[in-house]
Design a binder for this molecule. Structure first.
Ligand SMILES: NC(=O)c1ccc[n+]([C@@H]2O[C@H](COP(=O)([O-])OP(=O)(O)OC[C@H]3O[C@@H](n4cnc5c(N)ncnc54)[C@H](O)[C@@H]3O)[C@@H](O)[C@H]2O)c1
Length: 366
């Protein structure tokens, strides 16, 4: 295990990457973190505002496809760990415009692997030295495993890949490249496949923040198809904890599923968010003054905004993660229950209107 890490966090200005950087610097104050982020529509430097003055934090605006830039960063900052979050991540966008997903998720991951191999293995070798101590951690998704029928067992690390959307196919391709760089070149890699995340800094085109912000604008809450699609939800900080365990205790070359055994249908989750919002407005009367347009929730009936819309093309029916390996081998256990996590998340959005109101004017894809 590397004791004091110098990390390159790709996509660190996005939802999970930013939560990970904040978690890491708080829990590993001696470590150095360099964020490399292209600041696409999903990247937001404001997510990192609380660590901008930290002497151990550096932000680099750039593209993971720029292999020379990655090599320079690895050398200049003597980075020994890459935690690779950067990706195009929104399934609906992958259906209307797959190009960016192929570029960033496949070619971008390849670019990082090339740079890592060159700086950590090839260059020391050419000088007659051993490879530098290193770790490449790749952040992937449960969506690479495809879709499940209602009674199928949850995905394990042995489940065959069967990605169904351009997003999940591009992530699956990147997972295979990471695996191959370990098998062929000895690059020290780990991969984690995580279920759906929720929590602070989630871009408001994703389901939970979309529902919260639409309720505040008294706008319809769109539910795809019959709303019976099932997703497995994990609080974002518990994802960060899982990656930390994989980095510190995981075996090189292995994949680890991260999840919280927390399956919900879309309709149930939207109904739950409505109920939490109703309760918040009931217990805090200032909210009605701050959000005067939120008429349904002010009247304790946010659910009336629920609107069924045509289903997404090729929509996967169910994802479920079996995280037994990660639980048993690494001692992983999520700390946040869904009840507490959803309340925390709703409260965060109610308290951080400035953060999301700027983003709502952006080009949101439902
Ligand atoms: N959101 C989830 O529920 C979930 C679940 C499991 C796994 N994942 C994986 O976790 C990772 C992060 O997901 P997220 O939801 O935080 O995504 P996000 O879309 O919120 O953030 C992606 C970040 O990557 C940056 N980025 C995009 N292209 C880039 C490029 N070419 N070079 C550098 N930076 C680039 C963006 O600017 C943004 O900051 C992704 O790899 C995703 O596949 C997400």
């Amino acid at each position: 295990m590397i004791k004091n890490r110098n990390l390159l966090v790709t996509g660190g200005a996005g939802f999970i990457g930013a939560n990970y950087v904040l978690y890491w610097l708080e829990n590993h104050p001696q470590d150095k973190v360099v964020v490399l982020d292209a600041l696409t529509y999903a990247g937001n430097r404001a997510n990192l505002a609380s660590v901008e003055d930290n002497a151990n934090f550096t932000f680099m605006h750039g593209d993971i496809c720029d292999t020379n830039l990655v090599e320079t960063l690895l050398k200049e900052h003597q980075l020994d760990t890459i935690v690779h979050f950067a990706a195009e991540s929104h399934v609906d966008r992958s259906i209307t415009g797959p190009d960016a997903f192929i570029e960033t998720n496949i070619l971008g991951t390849y670019s990082l692997l090339k740079a890592a191999k060159k700086v950590w293995i090839d260059e020391p070798k050419a000088e007659g030295k051993s490879p530098l101590v290193h770790r490449f951690h790749h952040v992937s998704t449960d969506e690479v495993y495809g879709t499940l029928a209602p009674t199928d067992p949850a995905f394990t690390e042995q489940t065959a890949y069967a990605p169904n959307s351009p997003y999940s196919a591009s992530k699956a391709a990147s997972d295979h490249l990471v695996r191959a760089y370990h098998h062929t070149y000895g690059l020290e890699v780990t991969t984690s496949n995580c279920s759906n995340n929720y929590g602070p800094y989630h871009f408001p085109e994703k389901l939970i923040p979309l529902i919260i912000t639409n309720i505040l604008h008294n706008k319809p809450l769109p539910i795809y198809g019959d709303g019976q699609q099932i997703r497995d939800w994990l609080y974002v900080e518990d994802h960060a904890r899982g990656i930390e365990l994989v980095l510190n205790k995981g075996k090189v070359g292995e994949n680890y599923n991260i999840g919280g055994h927390n399956e919900w249908t879309n309709i149930d989750i939207v109904t739950l968010v409505c109920q939490v919002m109703n309760a918040q407005f009931e217990s805090d009367l200032t909210l009605a003054t701050r959000f005067p347009n939120a008429l349904s929730v002010i009247n304790d009936s946010a659910e009336e905004l629920i609107t069924f819309v045509s289903d997404r093309a090729g929509h996967d029916r169910r994802y479920a993660i079996d995280a037994t390996k990660t639980n048993n081998e690494l001692g992983y256990k999520p700390t946040e229950s869904f009840e507490t996590g959803i309340k925390k998340t709703v409260k965060w959005y109610l308290g951080n209107e400035i953060w999301w109101s700027d983003l709502l004017s952006a080009d949101i894809v439902l």
